[in-house]
Design a binder for this molecule. Structure first.
Ligand code: PHE
Length: 368
């Protein structure tokens, strides 16, 4: 409703003043009752309390000026009372919070289902890595880790790679830039395998050692369906007195059966790694055709899965620089290393390694 204009006052006796102020108070109360929203409250404040055009300003200007001296006090008392009422109405309107309409618009229906949050899950690589580690943990192995940015010494030199070995070429290895002024052994690179953690472990503790080392490795490889410049390995190292190749075979045969099922067979092929002698590649009977021959195993019935061998005495010699108990005349050991992606691809029937790193929820949610 619009307020009536402020009338001129002609009578200044108490009764006339009471009546005039009561009329204004009634108007203010009615206006305040209709207030809905911040803008309306601000309009009410300007209308009644505005310094220049506010109604109270007009009242004090016109009525007080027109009043005879003896009525000024009675008028002033009533004016102050009215002002207090208007200010109270304003305070109440400001403190009242949102109007009923606003509340209704904001109200939530608690019977509706809530917004669903996706629950995180282990990435298939993490899951496979943990599964492999657990197989060895059950055999009494502990778990070790090492840095992904490694020195040439740990990645290559102490692992018995000769100086001109092709893996040391930047064609194969990603190196940290600007290292040329350092001695070769201190230059930093992204580790190409988890094997450097073998040496880091032996430097920290005398034999016996039984450890598995899960981790990320990098190679300067072009990506294709089965290669990625970043991938994961699980390394293993066992050093004690009288460790033989039979122990290596029995351990890995057990591990492959634990990972792929008890009907899986293993076979060991001669191979070469600078840090093991003799070295072998381990093949498992094809888990897709059971060994009969299929497309997956290229009709051979076997799938190559990991590298292994007996720790080369030259590696023990490097370890003995810090821990003399690694004396190749007293102890022996075996080591192995396997690619986690390759194992996960076989276990879950994945044909593109890139799927692991693409972050596509349609792929990942299969593993929840
Ligand atoms: N480090 C080797 C690789 O990355 C794997 C391996 C580990 C082989 C331990 C033998 C012993 O290919």
């Amino acid at each position: 409703m619009t307020n009536e204009a402020i009338p001129n006052l002609t009578a200044f006796d108490e009764a006339a003043l009471d009546k005039a102020f009561a009329a204004l108070e009634a108007q203010a109360r009615e206006a305040a009752r209709a207030l809905d929203g911040e803008a309306a409250v601000e309009a009410f404040r300007l209308e009644w309390l505005g310094r220049k055009q506010g109604r109270l300003n007009e009242v004090s200007g016109r009525w007080l000026k027109a009043a005879p001296p003896e009525a000024k006090k009675a008028l002033g008392v009533r004016f102050n009372a009215l002002k207090a009422v208007v200010e109270g109405l304003l305070d109440a309107a400001l403190g009242a919070g949102p109007s009923e309409a606003a509340l209704k618009a904001e109200a939530i229906d608690i019977t509706l289902p809530g917004t669903r949050r996706l629950i995180g899950a282990e990435h298939p690589i993490t899951r496979t890595m943990i599964e492999i580690v657990n197989v060895f943990a059950a055999l009494g192995y502990s778990v070790g880790v090492g840095p992904e940015v490694e020195t040439d010494y740990y990645n290559f030199e102490c692992m018995n790679f000769p100086p001109g070995h092709p893996a040391r070429d930047t064609q194969d290895t990603l190196v940290v830039a600007g290292q040329e002024r350092r001695p070769l052994r201190d230059r930093l690179l992204l580790r190409t395998h988890t094997s450097p953690v073998q040496m880091r472990t032996m430097e920290q503790q005398p034999p016996p050692v039984r450890i598995v080392i899960p981790g990320k490795v990098h190679r300067n490889d072009a990506a294709d369906a089965t290669h990625s410049p970043i991938f994961h390995q699980v390394e293993g190292l066992c050093v004690d007195t009288n460790i033989t190749f039979s122990d290596l075979k029995g351990t890995l045969d057990h591990a492959m059966k634990a990972l792929f099922g008890s009907t899986v067979k293993t076979r060991f092929f001669p191979s070469f790694f600078p840090f093991t002698e003799p070295s072998a590649d381990v093949q498992i009977s094809c888990i897709f055709c059971g060994g009969k021959g299929c497309r997956k195993c290229k009709q051979s019935g076997w799938i190559e899965l990991l590298g292994c061998g007996m720790v080369d005495p030259a590696v023990f010699a490097f370890a003995a620089e810090k821990q003399p108990a690694y004396d190749a005349k007293q102890i022996s050991g075996f080591a192995f290393g396997m690619g986690v992606e390759r194992i996960a691809m076989m276990k879950y029937g994945i044909s593109e390694i890139g799927q692991f790193f693409a972050g596509d929820m349609r792929f990942l949610s299969q593993f929840v």
